[in-house]
Design a protein around this ligand. Structure first.
Ligand code: NAD
Length: 271
């Protein structure tokens, strides 16, 4: 944690923040002085737990009586996503940072993958991020100072993910969403970047994170030899959201323990 809080006075919305990476991002932002809105889909108790952790993080950082909020919305529903941003704009008077974190994945062999399921994944991971970004950008453009968007991509932005075609499409698309919006608004004070985690210990990985044998098998594929923590990913979000990244836009920063390094090439086999 840097000794000077980098997000003091900033108002940030984190989608899908009641669990996992989103929760860690909300906490980290609060520790660095931000006022945070925790968007959640269903579980108000998980959102309230995140809110309690966020409040503790603020207080530990010396920030008192911060107007943190929880905000229910299904960001795959266009009207709800727009309403989420509009309500926070009204409540706070300003929004400085949007983190598009909400995401899902659905497994199926690609030849049989129901198109409705592919659409569902795209509606949450990609179109939801677009609609939230559009609403945030319209707000950023109403005032001087611009704003920041940080998307939660994945190592699967560039590494194929067989058996998860919707997820692959969505994260590949998120890379281009990041670059396209970044270019379109680069000269108007709006920065758009993405963080691409590898295998992180969150509920999306319940299939392996609690079982030592399966977890060891997953970690055997990671050049650094271990899965990452949500806190390690939150630190990257905080950097990209802060003024320390003031000259960075349109980039995906891979925080994946080396997954994108073609681990199979560690021992030379090709010459
Ligand atoms: P997670 O399942 O804990 O978090 C996903 C969150 O998104 C949940 O809180 C869920 O309720 C929320 N969400 C889902 N649909 C939503 C909707 N329609 N509206 C609002 N919220 C919705 O898992 P996580 O690992 O913390 O995932 C967060 C992000 O990180 C996702 O975008 C995921 O693709 C990405 N990611 C995770 C990993 C990993 O290994 N954990 C790796 C790469 C990328």
């Amino acid at each position: 944690m840097p000794s000077t809080p980098r997000l003091a006075g900033r108002h940030a919305i984190v989608t899908g923040a009641s669990t996992g990476i989103g929760r860690a991002v909300a906490e980290r932002f609060a520790a660095e002085g931000a006022t945070v809105a925790i968007n959640y889909l269903r579980s108000v108790s998980e959102a309230e737990e995140t809110l309690a952790q966020v409040r503790r993080a603020s207080e530990a950082g010396g920030f008192k009586e911060v107007d943190h909020r929880i905000a229910q919305a299904d960001i795959s529903n266009e009207a709800e996503a727009q309403e989420l941003i509009a309500e926070l704009e009204l409540a706070w008077g300003r929004i400085d940072i949007l983190v598009n974190n909400a995401g899902i994945q659905i497994a199926a062999d690609s030849e049989d993958h129901p198109v409705a399921d592919v659409r569902r994944v795209l509606d949450v991971n990609l179109i939801g991020a677009l609609v939230c970004s559009q609403a945030a950008i319209r707000h950023f453009l109403t005032r001087p100072g611009g704003g920041v968007i940080v998307n939660c991509s994945s190592a699967h932005e560039i590494i194929p993910k067989p058996g998860y075609i919707g997820y692959s499409l969505s994260k590949g698309g998120l890379g281009n969403l990041t670059r396209t919006l970044a270019l379109e608004f680069a000269d108007r004070g709006i920065r758009v970047n993405a963080v691409a985690p590898g295998a992180i210990l969150t509920p999306i990985n319940d299939a392996w994170r609690h079982d030592p044998a399966t977890r060891a098998s997953v970690e055997g594929h990671i050049p650094m030899g271990r899965a990452g923590t949500p806190e390690e990913i939150a630190a990257v979000f905080a950097f990209l959201a802060s003024d320390e990244a003031s000259y960075i836009t349109g980039q995906t920063l891979y925080a994946c323990g080396g997954l994108t390094l073609y681990g199979e090439f560690k021992q030379n086999w090709s010459s």
